[in-house]
Ligand binder design. Structure first.
Ligand code: ZN
Length: 304
């Protein structure tokens, strides 16, 4: 009889080398408007990678200024398909002029690694993996979060419910120096001045999954420092806490978390040509991947 692998056996499968390889493949100019063809190549890479794990993959296409863009969605069907699903997401486009290794090659790399390892499982709940496009601001407009807004709106319309949505947003940059971490002015919790932790950002609706993520991460990946923060009023007065795809899900009433290295509050290369592979901390990313895996396994299987 085949024995069921323990969570620790599964976490041991996380490969730093694969994370590095994914970031190298995603890195490069790929702004949605300025580098349309390059962005499409990255989309094809992500789609092919999901398919190589034997997922059924769907392209959610939509028009933006007469061009077709796509979210790429892979689905791992659960035993009980009527149960609320789990969604993991990361945006794959990058800011204008930036090769976007941290923002958000790092998030996509973790997404792909988790998808690879979970593909051997048959969870109780359905788990979906979404690579979102057009998260970054587009020219001559204030539009951003366009791909995830489309996805969240369509999910709502189709009556799909998610128990938890986990957004991976820039999860690869650390700095152990005192003073390397800054904090938005209205965030009133004690935060370390060392930029070496993972922020776990929730609103009221997602507070309990934030606490579960923090707790599980402490149990299974004690080396990873996680800092949970529940944003008051879904971030209406702290706009910086809405700067990723989780905000689209908040706005449609889904419980969503953002996992983040805090981006511009830590990474001096944020949205510049210097946001490169060489600046990332892959040991940290390996731990983030393990924390996401342990959380996904627990939720998807309703484990106590
Ligand atoms: Zn960005």
């Amino acid at each position: 009889m085949k024995s069921i692998p323990s969570i620790n056996d599964i976490l041991a499968q996380v490969s730093t080398e694969r994370l590095q390889w994914y970031v190298k493949k995603i890195e490069g100019l790929r702004h949605g408007w300025e580098n349309y063809a390059a962005l499409e190549q990255k989309a094809a890479f992500i789609e092919d990678t999901f398919k190589s794990f034997h997922y059924s993959v769907e392209n959610q296409e939509f028009l933006y200024h007469e061009r077709t863009y796509r979210n790429i969605v892979a689905t791992l069907e659960g035993v009980h398909q009527e149960k609320e699903r789990i969604l993991l997401g990361a945006h794959y486009d990058a800011a204008w002029g930036s090769p976007g290794a941290d923002d958000n090659g790092s998030g996509v790399a973790v997404l792909l690694e988790v998808a690879d390892i979970l593909s051997n499982n048959k969870p109780q709940r359905t788990v979906q993996f979404a690579a979102f496009t057009l998260e970054e601001p587009q020219p001559q407009t204030i539009h951003f979060l366009i791909g995830s807004e489309t996805f969240a709106r369509e999910s709502k319309k189709s009556n799909i419910s998610y128990q938890a949505v986990i957004i991976l947003e820039s999860v690869g940059y650390t700095d152990d120096g005192v003073g390397s971490q800054i904090v938005p002015i209205l965030v009133r919790i004690p935060v370390s001045k060392k930029g070496n932790f993972l922020g776990v950002i929730a609103n009221s609706r997602s507070k309990s999954i934030m606490e579960a993520f923090h707790m599980l991460s402490q149990v299974h990946v004690p080396e990873l420092i996680t800092v949970p923060y529940k944003v008051p009023l879904s971030g209406r007065f702290i706009p910086e806490t809405r700067f990723s795809d989780h905000a689209s899900f908040w706005d449609h009433g889904y419980p969503a978390l953002m996992l983040t290295d805090t981006a511009m509050f830590r990474n001096p290369h944020y949205h510049t040509s210097h946001d490169r592979f060489e600046t990332l901390d892959f040991h940290f990313m390996t731990n983030v991947t393990k924390a996401v895996l342990s959380f996904s396994l627990k939720l998807a299987n309703d484990l106590e």
